[in-house]
Design a protein around this ligand. Sequence first.
Ligand code: 5CU
Length: 363
Amino acid sequence: MPIVDVHTHIYPPTYVDLLRSRKTAPYIRTFPDAPDSPRLIILPGEDDPSTPSTSRGRPIGPEYFDMAQKIAFMDQHKIDTSVISLANPWLDFLSAEEAGEVARRINGDVEKICAAYPGRLYAFGTLPLSADMETIVGEVKRLGGMKYMRGVIIGTSGLGKGLDDEALDPVYAALEESGQLIFLHPHYGLPASVYGPRASEYGHVLPLALGFPLETTIAVARMLLSGVWDRFKKLNVLLAHSGGTLPFLAGRIESCIQHDGYLKKLGKTKNRRHVWDILKTNIYLDAVIYSEVGLKAAVDASGADRLLFAGTDHPFFPPLEEAKEWHSVSTNYSAISKAFEGDGDLARGVLGGNAVRILRLGE
Ligand code: 5CU
């Protein structure tokens, strides 16, 4: 059974050029004291000089855009196939006028990259969500006809008002109709104020470890509450980072719905699909959670047959010291082997079999 990585990012050269051309986040820049060390600055507020522990973003090198390095990384970590996706913040920041053309160019580039490594690479496409609806739906349909595309990666902002915005219904309808999966990935985190006045002492830990997963959880809860899956019963969504905190909080979300007097008065507590049903029918979870505790919660919530190995999050989280193997990858491998100890079939499914089946890899 092959090993498949469904959570692995790239910034294709077209996107890198775009980031290099910009002067505000998201962008790539150098600093006068280190002119040969470009830095990638993408997260909201990241380049605020009052937060020196994060204001220079992260180093960016060819591992972000050179496919030979991606393939070498895959070989090194015994990954047979990767389903690559544009990394955050995708095209969210582009104007309505430019988004459509840039999306077509980047999706075309990524399709060509996959074709250059047959069997080793598939992809999730990117959508021009700031463009008009006709352009967005047109790109969904175009992606549906591409050989190596298996869905789309999106963030939580949707058209600007979040994923519970009914204006997104034509996009959901087009994705559902063409059987394309949404890979839902965080970027915006939580408002900086929740991290407190000492946040700058803690580097990227609070936004990445907690802001990202909570952002995903809130986005999915809003989709649930607004009835997205009641209207689109076959809409499938792969959640990054094992669903944020959704597997752990699903019971609480369901209980709060059932005890909400306002929703009851509106008749919204009945005749709706429950979160547990959606977790087992429409949601897939990756395995970027770095411990068997989180993995077991994901399995309990959605089932081992809906869990997809995403061992890497490459090229993010590189080792900080000289190391052959990436610790971030070996930790996820080890969590899978501990969580499925004694059940080789389930482990092989999570490592690759589930992705082959769900994403129709090899077809
Ligand atoms: O390190 C980071 O900021 C990130 C990021 O932006 N996106 C991601 O997928 N992983 C880590």
